[in-house]
Design a protein around this ligand. Structure first.
Ligand code: NAI
Ligand code: MG
Length: 338
């Protein structure tokens, strides 16, 4: 029996999390869910986006399955996602983007994994306005890159490549301009790479890399990069394989691991019943693999891929005029598993 903290999340979160829980339970793996809240849902109930009970539950279970959380843009409370990643030292954000048969995208044969440094960089939260009297005349953000933080995520990327029998690690940076922060990350990358002669290593500047991701995505295998670049490039990679409805991520750390979709709470389609649950379901598969339930994880991924390939019970993000929704797609996957 696995004990897992379950956070349904905001917007489309509760619907896709319910669908994913149904699929996970259909594998026969036994889970005891500890339901907790965070984000907007927690602000409404406890006036606190990250209640102590939620933190305590994760501290205890060390595994969290989380729906997307809404973060106010501009002002308002700090991102709960970022706070959770820092609180539990979830330093490696692993986001695979692997082509699906049956999706309407011009790109095929994509099989890459972005590993994003998840606790430092420009997301360290060191920001302020520069004010004269009460007028905002400017603003500053400080990017933090430490040797320890860089080493652990780059080493994770190489270890991951080895374990997954991948051949190449590409380190993405902007060291030509950001000579200190990006420069240090690259320098440490070169050092770490020497310990892994069996894995090819290369580096690319982030802007040129973005172009290559669109022109020749098949040349990428494992990408390791700093927080902001990884956030952007992993959404780009999601777009290449058919959209945000299809990609999941693991947040791996010293003290815990947290599994979620790459996408956010999608307020534009919340409560319409049409959100694609696949990203969340695949996050569930990544979680089961992490828990050692490798067979159940493979079965879920297989079932998802078959349902997408058949292209019948899919949500409108995958087939424009589809009249099927979140629950129909989850039903089709559960049926395949049986
Ligand atoms: P988003 O990822 O929620 O949505 C971007 C676009 O993709 C929207 O048009 C949405 O309808 C579509 N989309 C996303 N997931 C989908 C799915 N499962 N099925 C079908 N279509 C889907 O990004 P947005 O709108 O920029 O952010 C909304 C909120 O989510 C913000 O408050 C943001 O801070 C938060 N967010 C939370 C994340 C997390 O909890 N890890 C990650 C990213 C954003
Ligand atoms: Mg993002």
């Amino acid at each position: 029996m696995h004990k897992i903290t379950l956070i349904p999340g905001d917007g489309i979160g509760p619907a896709i999390v319910a669908a994913a829980v149904r699929v996970i339970e259909a594998t026969g793996v036994r889970v005891e869910w500890d339901r907790q809240i965070a984000g907007m849902a927690a602000v409404e109930k406890h006036a606190n986006p990250l209640p102590d009970a939620t933190l305590e539950s994760i501290r205890h279970s060390r595994i969290c399955f989380k729906g997307p959380l809404t973060t106010p843009v501009g002002g308002g409370y700090r991102s709960v996602n970022v706070t959770l990643r820092q609180a539990f030292h979830l330093y490696a954000n692993v986001r695979p983007a692997i082509s699906f048969e049956g999706t309407d995208t011009p790109f095929h044969n994509i099989n890459l994994v972005t590993i994003r440094e998840n606790t430092e960089g420009l997301y360290a939260g060191i920001e302020h306005f520069i004010k004269v009297d009460e007028e905002k005349i400017g603003a500053e953000s400080i990017a933090v890159v430490t040797r320890k933080g860089s080493e652990r995520v780059i080493e994770y990327a190489f270890e991951y490549a080895r374990k997954a029998r991948r051949k190449k690690v590409t380190l993405v940076h902007k060291a030509n301009i950001l000579k200190c922060t990006s420069g240090l990350f690259l320098e440490i990358g070169r050092e770490v790479a020497k310990k892994y002669p069996d894995i090819e290593f290369e580096d690319r500047i982030v802007d040129a890399c973005s172009m290559q991701l669109v022109m020749k995505p098949e040349i990428f295998d494992v990408i390791v990069t700093t927080n902001l670049f990884g956030d952007i490039l992993s959404d780009l990679a999601s777009g290449l394989v058919g959209g945000l409805g299809l990609t999941a991520g693991a947040n791996i750390g010293k003290d815990a691991a947290l599994f979620e979709a790459v996408h956010g709470s999608a307020p534009d389609i919340a409560d319409k019943g049409i959100a694609n649950p696949i990203a969340m379901i695949l996050a569930g598969a990544m979680m089961l693999e992490h828990l050692g339930e490798v067979d159940a994880a493979r079965r879920i991924e297989q079932a998802v891929r078959e349902v997408v390939k058949e292209g019948v019970y899919v949500t409108p993000d995958l087939k424009k005029d589809s009249s099927y929704g979140t629950d129909d797609l989850a039903d089709a996957i559960v049926k395949k598993l049986a």
